[in-house]
Design a protein around this ligand. Structure first.
Ligand SMILES: Cc1cc2nc3c(=O)[nH]c(=O)nc-3n(C[C@H](O)[C@H](O)[C@H](O)COP(=O)(O)O)c2cc1C
Length: 343
């Protein structure tokens, strides 16, 4: 396999999802492999203290790379080799045959997070399909009963998140509410992806700018309330449950599972709206564990899922075209000669 051929596809791989759309992955092209690592500048140390969402995002990226390569007929394999100190998740390397997957590059390209209204939730067949995906990796997908209890948990989680100045500062760093900011088209969470109209975006920007002063006056509650009621927007809520004792490498692997479940939903005409705050806040994660009768630490992701009433806006990426890729990659990180064909 020609790693240069994979490199030309890399902009498609960047359509992988990541928490706050930070796109933390970094690829290092070597002679025989492409090392997948991450940049700590794109981690979320306040909101994602344990690094769970970082590793899920890296896994989602790896799965996306394998799908995109397979669709182009490239024989690419994944060798997990997690090393926290070296900030390395593993290596993509030439394999014997293309990765076996039911998904295509078009699915990767079209999938989107959908935070708006759903006309229906996942039916029993779809739940069974995503559950089967998780079960093949030793996990499960469970339906969270979306009654008043879940709404209360979501409110608790939102308030707790907005009460933490470090988490809010981090969110502010990744919010893209100003369309003239060049980063608006590169990364982070845009007003349109969050479903905010002009007035709401301006209000949120002003509230966050005054956070320090307004926090003791109840701003966290106001911000939590301003987020609206996602559960009132329809759909069902699904939890991704991992096997017990998942380590860091296992979380990357489960990011691959997460990606496969989202693409399974996408090909069924559905989309996901993650509600990670329910997992981030220990009290609500514990309560979810009780609701589902599973050990709370096994719940790695929760999302509202359903059939979008209208297409969601497309999120930004730092790398969109091959020319961007060349501009974004430091030359010293590229040791592959363009004509070097291997495998
Ligand atoms: C591990 C993970 C956690 C996420 N958590 C949330 C979340 O709590 N709330 C939310 O609205 N989006 C969440 N997202 C969705 C990202 O914000 C989204 O993937 C990113 O903005 C790119 O947009 P796209 O999925 O439409 O390509 C999460 C995504 C991942 C991979």
């Amino acid at each position: 396999m020609d790693l240069a051929a994979f490199r030309a596809l890399e902009p498609l791989c960047w359509r992988a999802p990541s928490a706050h759309n930070t796109q933390p992955w970094r690829l290092r092209y070597e002679r025989w492999a492409v090392t997948v690592g991450w940049d700590p500048a794109d981690a979320l140390p306040a909101g994602d203290r344990a690094g769970r969402d970082l590793r899920l995002s890296l896994g989602a990226f790896v799965e996306t790379c394998l799908i995109v390569a397979a669709d182009a007929g490239l024989r690419l394999d994944w060798a997990a080799d997690h090393d926290e100190a070296d900030r390395r998740a593993g290596r993509l390397r030439p394999g014997r045959q293309p990765y076996r997957t039911p998904f295509r590059t078009a699915d990767v390209w079209d999938r989107r997070t959908h935070r708006g209204r759903f006309t229906a939730g996942p039916d029993a067949d779809v739940v069974a399909a995503v559950d089967a995906v998780a079960r093949r990796a030793g996990g499960a997908v469970r339906v969270v009963p979306a009654a008043g209890r879940l709404r209360a948990l979501l409110r608790t989680a939102d308030r707790q998140v907005y009460a933490d100045p470090a988490v809010v500062a981090e969110l502010r760093r990744w919010l893209r509410l100003d369309r003239s900011d060049p980063r608006y088209r590169a990364d982070g969470l845009t007003d349109s992806c969050l479903g905010l109209d002009r007035a709401a975006a301006t209000g949120l920007r002003a509230a966050l700018a005054a956070y320090r002063v307004l926090r003791p006056l109840g701003l966290p509650r106001l911000l939590a309330a301003a987020g609206g009621d996602p559960l009132g927007q329809g759909g069902g809520v699904l939890a991704l449950v991992a096997p017990p004792g998942l380590d860091a490498a296992g979380q990357v692997e489960f990011g691959r599972v997460l990606m496969r479940t989202w693409l399974t939903l996408h090909t069924a005409g559905l989309a996901a709206h993650p509600l990670s705050q329910l997992v981030d806040v220990a009290a609500t994660r514990d309560a979810l564990g009780t609701l589902l009768d599973v050990a709370p630490e096994r719940i790695v992701h929760v999302a509202r899922v359903g059939r979008p009433a209208a297409p969601a806006p497309r999120s930004a990426r730092r790398v969109n075209r091959e020319s961007d890729l060349l501009a974004a990659t430091p030359l010293e990180a590229v040791s592959l000669h363009p004509r070097e064909a291997i495998g």
